[in-house]
Unconditional design. Structure first.
Length: 148
């Protein structure tokens, strides 16, 4: 049976204690035992539950979108209807995610715009940005996808 046997008492005195691998895996023992900082860091990273799944900053050159920054998307494109289509690098298990969109424009005149998300799936989603006059627009977009 594999054992882990090093222990340093809180008083600083070295003692020995034997704990089985099963005790470590169960994670229920309150007996003090030395664990390396690297193993603690690895456990934290392995059990991280970051809510952000994907992030991107997309800019338009005419009607063609492209990534200026990207994490978690394999592609971005524009449909013939003027929608922006985002595709995840790795498919999600379900559609339990939300999409935050922020748009930027430096045009003069009436710049009241609205962005919506449609066609949400496990492989990606589509956004549409329109101005108050109902016209489709090509604005730079910052997008963050979060798990619910």
């Amino acid at each position: 049976m594999a054992t882990l046997s090093s222990k340093l008492h809180p008083s600083g005195l070295a003692t020995t204690n034997t704990q089985t691998v099963a005790v470590w895996e169960a994670g229920t023992s309150t007996t003090e035992t030395i664990v390396s900082p690297e193993k603690i860091k690895d456990a934290i990273v392995a059990n991280s539950t970051s809510k952000n799944k994907a992030e991107a900053f997309v800019t338009y050159s005419g009607t063609t979108p492209s990534f200026l920054a990207n994490n978690g998307f394999s592609s971005v494109s524009r449909s013939t209807d003027g929608d922006t289509i985002y595709t995840f690098t790795n498919a999600e298990a379900n559609t339990n995610y939300i999409v935050d969109i922020s748009i930027q424009t430096i045009l003069t005149g009436d710049n009241r715009n609205n962005s919506t998300v449609s066609l949400k799936s496990t492989t990606g989603f589509t956004t549409r940005t329109t101005n108050v006059h109902g016209n489709g627009t090509n604005h730079d977009q910052a997008v963050v996808v979060r798990r619910i």
